[in-house]
Design a protein around this ligand. Structure first.
Ligand code: SAM
Length: 334
């Protein structure tokens, strides 16, 4: 058995988010500029062997039981099933497999969903911020809505479960589509998760006025499809609600207005092997250098334990003392 990875506030960590690339084939306005991002050189990216080795440290030493692959856009990295098969073979100290998930823009799922499932992927979140083709294109700088909707269908058909759809809600951009997305989720049998817009865009253009808060999102849906809150939340980032008519669930990730740092069980590994104890952490902890210098698994585990001791109580987004991280969502791994 491993030993739990506990931070200074008594929070036990069990969930590892791994970014495998900082590149993306979309340019969502709230994440990246249309042009001019500097990509990491290939030599700085962890190889699939290195990612699996570090993931193994979390799973076997600290009993992590959840791994989510993200980016950038994880599907743009070649041979993704090779990595998924390696990760799906990991076992916790108690002998359990990990819950292997991925967050993607979904644009190529129509082609690869079955391969991902065969390699061991269990569930998926697909990001989609508008159901209107012209608005989708304005938001992503790509004519990609049809491919993403096909991708959602392909994920369901391949047996990924659950399939969730992430929607970042922004004032004056897509806040008039909240009910359309809720209806879409009910009809397709997918759980929609509305995300409050966070100050993690590469351009630094975020303003508080653009945030549509959880209360407004829930009441808009409730007026059309009545909802009740789901009592148990655990360490889930989303607060979930159930449709009273049995039409499924919907969630809101209210990172700005209802931060859930007190129950956070997540750490993040960036594409170049830096450990971030929070999406908003200002300091990162280098695992790649010791890994490439030949550190043993127990030595790497010790670095991780030391890093966790520095984790903050909370990110303070909606407070005056908030410090914006140096890097954006796509560079850290969302
Ligand atoms: N490319 C993949 C995707 O589109 O899902 C994975 C990476 S993306 C950075 C992960 C998630 O972060 C997406 O659901 C995206 O919408 C969300 N995201 C990116 N920037 C954000 C921001 N400034 N505020 C809130 N969510 C954001």
């Amino acid at each position: 058995m491993g030993t739990p990875l506990v931070d200074g506030f008594g929070r036990v960590h069990r969930d590892l988010r791994i970014s495998i690339t900082d590149r993306c084939n979309f340019r969502c306005t709230y994440c990246m500029p249309a042009e001019g991002m500097d990509w990491l050189p290939r030599s700085e990216l962890l190889t699939y062997e290195e990612i699996s080795r570090l993931a193994g440290v979390f799973v076997t030493h600290f009993d992590f039981d959840g791994i989510r692959i993200t980016g950038g856009e994880p599907t743009v990295r070649a041979h993704l099933p090779v990595l998924l098969s390696k990760l799906s073979r990991l076992r916790t100290g108690a002998g359990r497999p990990v819950d292997l998930a991925m967050t993607t823009n979904g644009a190529t799922l129509g082609l690869i969903a079955h391969d991902l499932v065969r390699a061991g992927l269990g569930r998926i979140n697909v990001s989609c911020d508008s159901l209107r083709a012209d608005r989708f294109e304005a938001l992503t700088h790509r004519d990609g809505l049809a491919a993403v909707l096909d991708g959602i269908d392909a994920a369901l058909e391949a047996g990924l479960a659950p399939v969730k759809v992430n929607v970042v809600v922004m004032r004056g951009v897509n806040d008039d589509e909240v009910v359309d997305f809720a209806t879409f989720g009910r009809e397709r049998g997918v759980e929609v998760r509305f995300i409050e817009f966070m100050p993690l865009d590469a351009q630094g253009g975020w303003t508080r006025a653009q945030v549509v808060d959880q209360a407004e999102i829930v009441s808009a849906i409730d007026r059309v499809h009545p909802l009740e809150p789901v009592a148990t939340r655990g360490s889930e980032p989303a607060e979930r609600f159930r449709y009273l008519d049995g039409g499924g669930h919907v969630g809101v990730i209210a990172s700005v207005t209802h931060a859930f740092c007190g129950t956070c069980d997540r750490v993040r590994l960036t594409a170049e092997g830096q450990l971030a104890t929070c999406l908003f952490a200002v300091d990162e902890h280098d695992l790649r250098t010791p890994l490439r210098a030949g550190a043993s698994d127990p030595e790497l585990a010790e670095i991780v334990r030391g890093a966790l001791a520095t984790k903050w109580a909370g990110h303070a987004i909606d407070q005056v003392q908030f410090i914006r991280p140096r890097r954006s969502m796509s560079q850290i791994g969302g």
